[in-house]
Design a protein around this ligand. Sequence first.
Ligand code: SF4
Length: 445
Amino acid sequence: MALTGLEIFKLLPKTNCKKCGMPTCLAFAMQLAQKRAKLDDCPCTSEECRQTLAAAAAPPMRLIKFGSGNNQVQVGQETVMYRHEEKFYNPTVMAVSVSDKLSPEALQKRIESINALRFERVGIEIGVKAIAVVNDSGDSEAFVSVATTVKESSNLALILCSGSPEMIAAALAKTADVKPLIVGAKTNTAEAMAKIAKENNCPLAAKASSIEDLVEISEKIKVHGVEDIVLSFEEMTLSEQLRNLTMTRVLSLKKVFRPLGYPTLSILTDGDTDEQAAAATSLICKYCGIVIVDTIEPYAFLPMLTTVMNIYSDPQKPIQVEPKVYKIGEVDESSPFIFTTNFSLTYYTVESDVEASRVPCYILVIDTEGTSVLTAYSGDKLNEKAVADAMSKRSVESLVKHRKLIIPGYVAVMSGKLEEATGWEVMVGPRESSMLPKYLQEVWK
Ligand code: SF4
């Protein structure tokens, strides 16, 4: 939590020497509290003051990274309870479990299936980000072997799940270079796990069945020099997990309670595919930073990943596509020319309907700051000048021989002015994009 000017003032030397350019230490403290000055501007601050201010300035929830290179993922450093207050920053990492009891053939098949869990939605690729190797066998050799195979056969970040510090140490001997997340430390293993995590520079998850125990474990881990901590609740029903995750979030963000100032992790191994997908979606909505599921069914991942995508998009910034001319199908100089706005949902709806028409088509996307056709028109972001400027900028006259422009039916009122501004004949298209296939097939013969 940020310190007030008076709290900062108490930490300053109070000599009023003016070396910082301010007439008094109090004036400097006030400027610092408002972030209009830097602590370095005062050459007389003590180490204690620096450390106190640095601790106060630290985010209430720590950013945790695991994985390496292009496969590195990050969770945490969230600042708000509700998305509309600002935005959520680091999307929930979806992970899939892999048991170390699998046969080599079954293991390879499962890894391939997990690697393939990728989808494209509104032009953005979404997918599973990590594989969690679970030490079901209780056997060190099997755990190390499966962890090594996963590391070598997948580009996804690695999570090592075992209650045994010895097993974790053995697996890290082969995989520490990809910086796995270790899951996890309990009350009786916190010290040993923390030592291993520190030696291998890996983040460590604390596991407990209550907030109180989690606080105790996370403090214990921190005392042993591990700063990168993840919090995980175990032996709880879904409703208990959701309640505890919410309380953890409140305590970390609102009360700046440092022992709980870390991202969270949940492991879902019970239930069928549908139940896991439903539970995971609830956990994503209620602040879970990492969710490990057992299912590998693509149909279950699409809603889970779409939920992550939706919740972690910026509510003040609609998802947009690049304003330019898109070619749908094998276009030529006689293909129809239509325009729409750069709001992703609008564009991809129009694109799929044009594809469905099987009429190759040019789509000119106008920059309307990510708003839909009617919103853009109402806000004067979509007018005849914007369309004419976009057509000129994209040199559309060189793409087609005809001079016919199909416009969305909702902005038919623009027709006259648009014809004047562009010199093109305006053809009013359907109001609803879903009518485009019929329209294009009938009108553009
Ligand atoms: Fe006070 Fe430091 Fe500024 Fe001197 S330089 S007036 S000690 S804040």
